[in-house]
Ligand binder design. Structure first.
Ligand code: BGC
Length: 772
């Protein structure tokens, strides 16, 4: 597996880079992203460089500029710290640099950097450390050491809060109050222009010389949207100057706000700045351990530790971006960059949710609760489009918003005109995906409270939407769904997209089953939901429409048509475009040769559509059908979305195409960790990172949440010796060990699982061993 970052053979928790590659800073900024689910910072360096993308976001603080899509505002930078030595600004491209090492600890998110900087024949040692606290959600701490090695030096420090950041030019913040408190604490207050979310950011610096606190007060430097603390210290040869910076951010939408942002921010920093860097880091390490690493195990024994690093990295990025508040959800790029504006897609339910359901169910619950709150926006969207029930937005920001997708995208290469992004209008499968996520959660957790308080209502509203959305085709005598975009976004305005139709059918069927079950077993809840949704009428509509909805069946060659016309289009050789990398401007190779109108008429697929359907509903189709569709569609798929690799890897493993499965697994791992320097510039790919977990646990580990219960049917790659992991099923932790000869299952309580259509029962604390 080729990584674009350095790793150490005996350390499963370290990624880094041993050269000061200042022309490729952006990728590491995203990979070494530091966050705690409340806020997150790209790992730009302390000193400034031309290409840097300084980004800091607080989840949920969306703002909307006129004529632009709502987005998470890029907040003031608190990482900056400029060091001037004898009048010369320290930068890696001034003078010379040796012994450079930049490292990132995946276990607690601490970033470190050290090097010797030589300028004018004199050498200085630099060391940097910093982290975003997982234990105190508002806190960021950094530490810098500077030691002149050859001669004494005057060292000037400028560090502060820089609110001149923009979202690619859009300034979301007003210039607010900047001031000093108690001679030591600098603070900036600001707010977003339109949504009027208030922020306060406070910073405190402690400067020590050879360990002795200099008790220095700063000189203030104020600019528009900037406040800096300046210090100047004369340091002798081989003395060490240490600067510890404590910074925090509070917003007016914080759940834990006690007074107001300014007072809370100052009070917190007065308290935390009393504590040492090491103490606060230890708290963070412990919080990471408790929140994620101790909760579930994944141990891969392989010929090298790259698979282990990849899964650790994926889980780090997931938790660093997991909201600690159900009013928020995870963006397609989390908070790791401006890409996709902080918006939530189907990526959450279809790619990320399995990880949460099976290892951190409380977070899965909260992510779905966000969708429950989102019923307000989804009902609004359905209503605006003339439908009933709830139509979830393709891109979601605040739960009460209807659709947040931008309307215009890149220019068309043929016409030169900006292309309209139609997903927000017609990519409608998201409404089934949300319902699917709810049902998977309920299957695996058995959380009845959620089902009755929120889950059923979400599914029923989604079903109600589909019942109103179907169109009657009087010639064919069936209901159909025209004018949509399926998961293959190369095709717009298609009729009867296989994935969309099957998922709509499943949603309506599921809605009808819920109504029947409630009517029989829970008359009280039935009555309550009947008053809210009209269950009597809905039930009839669901039964009638689901039975009359056209779902494309396999043709004579056993191929399920991706839509009404796909199979009639011309075929091209897509080898050139398969896995090709997007360029700096984020344009895919295929769009340099064809525009969307042309792609519309070619049998080429962006990411799995029929194949995803077959993966989700494997019980409905024979192995032969799955294999024949794989043979048909896999060669036509460009994987132009990073979400494409993990389902292909899992399906290939299911089909016994083990080397293909491993190839796709490696590709998923390399989306962010690989050598392509452009791939993570706008942020990492959280859905694809979750996909790494999906391949390891659902693919190689063979774990699936099915209608019939838990399925465990593992097969690990040839180059792995074993895979050991734990999952949580109905509140019970299950430990699974897989080797090439056997697999074993153990749990504290009695559990049942299915393997190759056989039901096994595991007795408490007894290891059940199944030989292959
Ligand atoms: C993919 C979508 C995905 C979105 C955000 C697009 O390129 O085609 O399926 O939801 O990116 O990750």
């Amino acid at each position: 597996m080729l990584f674009g970052v350095d790793t150490k053979p005996n350390d499963d928790w370290w990624i880094g880079r041993n050269e000061p590659d200042i022309h490729n800073l952006n990728k590491l900024e995203a990979l070494m992203f530091q966050g705690n689910g409340y806020f997150g910072i790209r790992s730009t360096l302390e000193e400034h460089y031309m290409e840097e993308k300084r980004d800091m976001f607080v989840l949920g603080t969306f703002d909307k500029y006129e004529n632009e899509a709502t987005e998470l505002p890029n907040l003031p930078d608190i990482v900056n710290l400029e060091i001037v030595i004898n009048g010369k600004v320290m930068k890696l491209n001034h003078g010379s640099v040796t012994q450079y090492q930049r490292g990132f600890n995946i276990k607690n998110g601490e970033m470190t950097r050290s090097f010797i900087w030589k300028y004018d024949g004199k050498a200085y040692r630099f060391k940097f450390w910093r982290f975003v606290s997982m234990a105190r959600r508002h806190l960021f701490v950094s530490k810098v050491e500077v030691a002149p090695l050859d001669d004494s030096a005057r060292i000037q420090i400028r560090s502060g809060i820089d609110g001149q950041q923009t979202n690619s030019g859009t300034q979301h913040l007003v210039d607010g109050t900047k001031r000093l408190f108690n001679a030591r604490f600098i603070q900036m207050q600001t707010r977003t222009q339109q949504s009027k979310v208030k922020f306060a950011l406070t910073e405190f610096h402690r400067l020590c010389l050879n360990g002795t606190d200099l008790n220095m007060n700063p000189r203030l430097k104020l600019n528009r949207r900037q406040i800096y603390a300046d210090y100047s210290v004369d340091v002798d040869k081989e003395q060490t100057l240490t600067i510890v910076k404590y910074a925090n951010i509070f917003s007016s939408i914080d759940k834990d706000l006690k007074d107001n942002v300014s007072k809370d921010s100052l009070a917190e920093l007065e308290q935390t700045s009393q504590l040492s860097y090491d103490k606060l880091l230890a708290e963070t390490t412990q919080a990471w351990d408790e929140k994620v690493w101790q909760k579930s195990l994944i141990k891969i024994s392989s010929h090298n530790n790259k698979p282990q690093i990849a899964i650790n990295f994926a889980r780090y990025q997931l938790l660093a971006n997991t909201p600690q508040d159900w009013r928020m959800n995870i963006g397609a790029k989390g908070m790791t960059g401006e890409g996709y504006k902080g918006h939530t897609f189907w990526d959450t339910e279809m790619f990320m949710l399995p990880y949460y359901i099976l290892t951190l169910p409380q977070y899965a619950h909260d992510l779905l609760k966000y969708r429950y709150l989102g019923l307000v926006g989804a009902k609004k969207k359905a209503h605006e489009n003339g439908y009933r029930g709830a139509q979830y937005p393709w891109e979601a920001a605040l739960p009460e918003d209807a659709e947040s997708a931008p309307i215009w995208g890149n220019a068309d290469i043929v016409t030169g005109k900006p292309m309209k992004i139609l997903s927000g209008f017609i990519e409608q499968h998201i409404t089934s995906d949300v319902a699917f996520g709810v049902m998977q959660y309920l299957q695996a957790t058995g959380d009845k409270t959620f089902a009755h308080e929120m889950g059923y209502e979400i599914v029923l509203q989604c079903a109600k939407f589909w019942a109103s959305r179907l169109e009657w085709n009087s010639q064919k005598n069936y209901y159909e769904i025209t004018d949509v975009i399926g998961p293959d976004e190369y095709k717009e305005h298609v009729s009867n997209d296989a994935y969309t139709n099957y998922m709509a059918h499943w949603t309506m069927k599921c809605g009808a089953d819920i109504i029947a079950d409630l009517r029989q077993n829970d008359p009280k809840d039935y009555k309550r939901l009947n008053e809210k949704i009209g269950l009597e009428e809905l039930y009839k509509a669901l039964i009638q429409r689901a039975s009359m909805l056209y779902v494309p069946s396999p043709n004579e060659q056993l191929v399920i048509p991706q839509d009404d016309n796909y199979l009639s289009y011309k075929k091209i050789d897509v080898t050139k475009y398969k896995n090709s990398e997007k360029d700096k401007e984020d344009v895919s190779e295929i769009f340099k040769d064809f525009d969307l109108k042309e792609l519309d008429k070619i049998q080429v697929t962006k990411q799995p559509d029929v194949l995803l359907l077959l993966l989700l509903f494997e019980d409905k189709f024979s192995k032969q059908i799955i294999k024949d569709n794989w043979d048909y569609y896999e060669p036509k798929t460009t994987h132009d979305s990073s979400l494409s690799y993990s389902p292909h890897a899992i399906l290939a493993n299911d089909l016994g195409l083990y080397s293909k499965a491993f190839e796709y697994y490696e590709k998923a791992c390399q989306v962010d960790l690989g050598t392509n320097q452009e791939s993570s510039v706008k942020g990492t790919h959280i859905g694809s990172l979750a996909g790494i977990w999906n391949v390891v646990i659902e693919g190689f580990g063979g774990v699936r949440i099915t209608d019939k219960g838990l399925r465990i049917q593992p097969h690990i790659p040839k180059s792995w010796q074993s895979l050991e992991f734990s999952i949580i099923w109905k509140n019970t932790k299950i430990n699974i060990f897989v080797s090439h000869k056997y697999f074993s299952v153990m749990s504290k309580k009695k559990i049942k699982f299915i393997c190759h259509d056989h039901i096994y029962q595991v007795e408490p604390d007894e290891k059940l061993l199944i030989e292959f």
